[in-house]
Ligand binder design. Structure first.
Ligand code: C5P
Length: 218
């Protein structure tokens, strides 16, 4: 069949990754985690000891890093300059620095162009991030904006990372604020996105609802 692009946006802990991967598997489609791309660039920035206030140097690192972006929803492996970084990009250091890196407009321009290439090549793909429905793929066949209460998002993240829930809540609040208030492509709901609050919904239920929405657009 032809092109099918599903855009899934929302804050951290809203269930984006789990849901997006499950929907991609059900559709036999590819999966693109754009947050992992910003995390991979951040890993390279930290590797090179670049000052997080130096936008020009951050951009230079992003421009010269060879990103390997896996799009298999079962195993979306990420590498930078040939080094596998699946575990490293989820660590505290990267998580604390990623909002500064993703706020650099030139980095966004670079990654958005790469994301569009990956989407065009994949044909059928579920793409998750913060600006997919608004900037990366405004013509997506289905746009979903996932939310959940701040408490529930912190609970999910601290279970995933085995960290303290209060510290996780503070970190999520900090990243949400930075991500929604930055000048370049902030986290924002597309006007034509379907908003789904996942606070009280199980994963299966969310996946089923998205599948029903997809049945209508395909
Ligand atoms: O989704 P995840 O939490 O892995 O994203 C990590 C960070 O990458 C976000 O906090 C945000 O700063 C940035 N990001 C972004 N635009 C996207 C995806 C992620 O700015 N499309």
């Amino acid at each position: 069949s032809g092109q099918l692009v599903v855009a899934v946006d929302g804050p951290s802990g809203s269930g984006k990754s789990t849901i997006s991967r499950r929907v991609a598997q059900a559709l036999d489609a590819r999966y693109l985690d754009t947050g992992a791309m910003y995390r991979a660039v951040t890993w390279a920035v930290l590797r090179d000891n670049v000052d997080l206030a130096d936008a020009e140097k951050i951009h230079a690192v992003a421009a010269s890093a060879a990103l390997g972006i896996g799009t298999d929803p079962a195993e979306p492996h990420i590498s930078v300059d040939g080094v596998g970084v699946d575990r490293e990009i989820r660590g505290t250091e990267v998580t604390q620095a990623v909002s500064a890196v993703s706020a650099v407009p030139a980095v966004r321009a670079l990654l958005v162009a790469l994301q569009r290439d990956i989407i065009a090549e994949a044909g059928r793909i579920v793409v998750e991030g913060r600006d997919i429905g608004t900037v990366v793929a405004p013509g997506a066949d289905l746009k979903v904006y996932l939310t959940a209460s701040a408490d529930e998002r912190a609970r999910r993240r601290s279970t995933e990372n085995a960290t303290n829930q209060a510290a996780t809540a503070a970190d999520l609040a900090r990243r949400d604020r930075l991500d929604s208030t930055r000048a370049a492509d902030p986290l924002r709901q597309a006007d034509d996105a379907v908003v789904l609050d996942t606070t009280a919904l199980g994963i299966d239920e969310v996946v089923e609802r998205l599948q029903r929405m997809l049945d209508k657009v395909t």
